[in-house]
Design a protein around this ligand. Structure first.
Ligand SMILES: CC(C)(COP(=O)(O)OP(=O)(O)OC[C@H]1O[C@@H](n2cnc3c(N)ncnc32)[C@H](O)[C@@H]1OP(=O)(O)O)[C@@H](O)C(=O)NCCC(=O)NCCS
Length: 162
């Protein structure tokens, strides 16, 4: 039996989730604006924007990994998939198969009415270790599409469109 348990995050775990995501941001030197209330509001209401998993030591419940993902639909892939927005494994557990286990567990989580046909995620260009991990799992890079985002004042402008 593995010494690490993976389980879905519930409302009462939100502080633990927030802690794990903070570690991820530190490890990859990312901005971290979201607080625990943001996670509560967006992940645990009637229509959650994401689900999350925690990996914990069986013996004492210490958090050693986390994943956050949201469903999306693709006509190209003829089905539903998951956008993995966050994946983190504690430094002491890296290379033990936990990252792969978290991704595999996500495929089975919150999908009673649909099947995950693909995974999508973004990785920073300078994160060569994570890139090697994704390569090893068989992820491939979009070559003919460019990843775009709209936020801040540009998004506010769009929202004002009558
Ligand atoms: C990236 C990360 C999630 C990978 O998780 P992990 O638990 O270390 O990876 P695993 O042990 O599950 O590895 C799965 C496979 O990938 C390979 N792999 C993992 N890291 C690798 C690396 N740096 N180089 C080459 N292969 C690697 C493993 O050897 C394993 O291969 P196998 O199945 O043939 O044995 C983890 O290292 C991490 O949290 N890094 C810091 C945060 C981060 O960068 N997150 C991703 C942001 S996009």
């Amino acid at each position: 039996m593995s010494g690490i348990v993976i389980r879905k995050v519930e409302r009462e775990d939100v502080e633990k989730l927030h802690w794990a995501l903070t570690q991820l941001s530190k490890d990859i030197d990312d901005d971290h604006a979201a607080d625990a209330d943001d996670l509560l509001r967006h992940g645990f209401g009637e229509k959650p924007a994401f689900f999350a998993l925690l990996a914990e030591e069986r013996i004492d419940g210490a958090v050693v990994g986390a994943l956050m993902a949201s469903p999306l639909f693709s006509t190209t892939n003829a089905g539903a998939g998951l956008y993995v927005s966050d994946l983190w494994v504690a430094a002491s557990k890296r290379g033990t198969g936990l990252g792969k286990r978290l991704l595999a567990a996500a495929l089975e989580t919150g999908t009673a009415d649909w099947t995950v046909r693909f995974l999508e995620l973004a990785v920073y260009r300078d994160n060569s270790k994570a890139r090697a991990f994704y390569d090893r799992l068989g992820f491939s890079q979009f070559t003919d599409e460019i990843f775009l985002t709209l936020k801040g004042p540009a998004l506010d402008n769009l929202r004002k469109t009558p």
